[in-house]
Design a binder for this molecule. Structure first.
Ligand SMILES: [Fe+2]
Length: 518
């Protein structure tokens, strides 16, 4: 095939793939170049789901009052992909149709890319051009890779700080950003606000869209998306605090709760560089859990800890959701699940068969225990893995049964930097350490006070590092020899002039479970 024919072939296949099942019903009606009053690409650009040959590119059109008439039309958006930062060597051109049913979001699934390769991209609609994004594909599955660099991040309450962590992430040399959830917050707490959410707590699709719009307008967040591909997982606040599958804290009728969840999931999809997942054709039950490989160096699993989980054990009958529970027999019910049966089976099979040097299990919350002594027995936070001890045991038993050496779990949610040993029986020195855990603190969201933090620290020998006072992200560097975690932090609240320093660094050496201080 001649080069020109080959390019045409590539362009046609990219166009076809841009028309995901969710977009097939749309027919183009607006063809002539539109003159925009205000650039519609105000939310920036993003790339995600990196693979050796493919990548998802994202943007969303916004309409000023002068351009409002265009919002009722189906619009054609072009994307151009380049092999150089100067945008001289174009390697692909694709287009997607979009309309108001999907908030004019655009998801282009690029194919036929080269592994371990840098690309630059931008979108065009009429006479408007987006900013330029940079992305980089994953290595080929059998490539001999010497390094993987990831920014582990979560929990970015808009009101509780500036996104200076994202400004630093944007400048780092990274393979991808691993965001483990709480991308938006539905709730407000005026006591800790240094800036304000617009509008009230979102419950409808339009309200969730508005909330994403406010977050996505942040220039530092846009910079981090434009600089690197993102691998994303959600936690609870993308819908509502402490929800579990179809249950919320108010014991709302599950049918109502699932309608709210569907609205939240759709808005999430509309604002992120994602696919809906195999065999799913609506965001209402999109499959977000996923696995990617980084050459022969690492397998990475990203787990959905909200959509399929059992409700928290021993909930308060009036105000459900998370709380500290004591003498709660329900905790030990083996039928209770954090991941749901299908995801748990998929993970067990994937882990057991993995031949790559490192197995990174990224999930939304904390696996190690944060239990504290109570007058009778111990008190457990029932919303994290402490509330699902049998599911935790099954996960760690898989590591033992498959004789897996290098398992490192990565988490977020708890607004705390954690380095911990993971044992089948938490905190029991007789039970060997079988895996290692790093949990990143929040980008902005307030952490636990020092008193409860100190109590947790001194009550759990497996916690080698546990600090909830600072905000930031964690730089994870994976090499054949070790996995290193640098906790990059600043004081709470993060102001726009703040800068980050390294709070602490830990490594997990190949063949030896358990983080060691550097
Ligand atoms: Fe959070």
């Amino acid at each position: 095939m001649h080069r020109r024919q080959f390019n045409q072939h590539l362009q046609r296949s990219a166009i076809a793939l841009a028309l995901s099942p969710w977009m097939n019903a749309i027919a183009a009606t607006a063809e002539k170049p539109r003159a925009w009053h205000i650039n519609p690409f105000a939310l920036g650009v993003a790339s995600g789901r990196p693979r050796a040959e493919s990548m998802v590119l994202w943007t969303r059109l916004l309409f000023s009052d002068e351009d409002r008439a265009a919002a009722t039309e189906t619009l054609r958006v072009q994307v151009e992909v380049f092999a150089d930062a100067a945008l001289k060597r174009r390697v692909q051109k694709a287009q997607a149709l979009t309309n108001d049913a999907r908030a004019h979001s655009v998801h282009v699934h690029l194919q036929n890319l080269q592994p371990s390769t840098d690309y630059w991209y931008r979108f065009r609609q009429g006479d408007a051009l987006s900013s330029v994004g940079h992305t980089r594909t994953a290595p080929a599955p059998n490539a001999d890779v010497q390094e993987l660099r990831v920014a582990l991040s979560s929990c970015q309450h808009y009101e509780q700080g500036q996104y200076i962590a994202h400004a630093e992430i944007a400048k780092q040399k990274l393979d991808f950003v691993l965001f483990m959830g709480d991308y938006i917050y539905e709730s407000s707490n005026s006591q800790y606000a240094i800036r304000k959410h617009n509008g009230e707590e979102p419950k409808t699709l339009q309200q969730y869209r508005d909330r994403y719009e406010q977050y996505k307008r942040d220039p530092m967040l846009q910079a981090a998306h434009a600089a690197h591909p993102w691998v994303l997982m959600w936690d609870d606040h993308e819908v509502v605090n402490d929800y579990a599958n179809d249950q919320d804290r108010q014991y709302t009728d599950p049918k109502q709760m699932l309608l709210r969840r569907a609205a939240a999931y759709q808005a999430y999809f509309e604002h992120q560089p994602l696919l809906l997942g195999p065999d799913v054709n609506t965001p209402a039950n999109m499959r977000l859990y996923d696995q990617l490989s980084w050459g022969r160096l690492a397998d990475v699993w990203t787990l959905d800890c909200r959509q399929y989980r059992s409700a928290q054990a021993c909930r308060d009958p009036v105000r459900g959701g998370g709380r500290m529970v004591v003498q709660c027999d329900e905790l030990n019910d083996p039928n209770r699940t954090m991941l749901g049966n299908a995801q748990e089976r998929w993970l067990t099979e994937g882990l057991s068969q993995s031949k790559r040097q490192w197995k990174l299990v990224a999930q939304a919350t904390q696996i190690s225990s944060t239990s504290v002594p109570a007058p009778v027995g111990r008190s457990y936070w029932n919303d994290a893995w402490d509330g699902y001890p049998e599911a935790r045991k099954r996960l760690l038993q898989t590591v033992v049964d498959a004789k897996l050496k290098n398992v490192v779990t990565l988490g977020g949610d708890v607004h705390c930097n954690v380095a911990a040993n993971l044992r089948l029986e938490p905190n029991n020195p007789q039970s060997p350490t079988v895996a290692s855990e790093f949990v990143t603190t929040s980008i902005t969201s307030r952490g636990l006070g020092e008193k409860p933090s100190a109590l947790i620290r001194e009550s759990n020998a497996d916690l080698l590092h546990y600090r909830s006072d600072e905000r930031g992200y964690s730089l994870i560097t994976v090499t054949p020899e070790d996995v290193r975690c640098d906790f990059r932090t600043t004081k709470f609240p993060a102001g726009s002039e703040a800068s980050l320093k390294t709070q602490a660094s830990y490594v997990v050496k190949s063949g030896k479970a358990g983080p060691q201080a550097v």
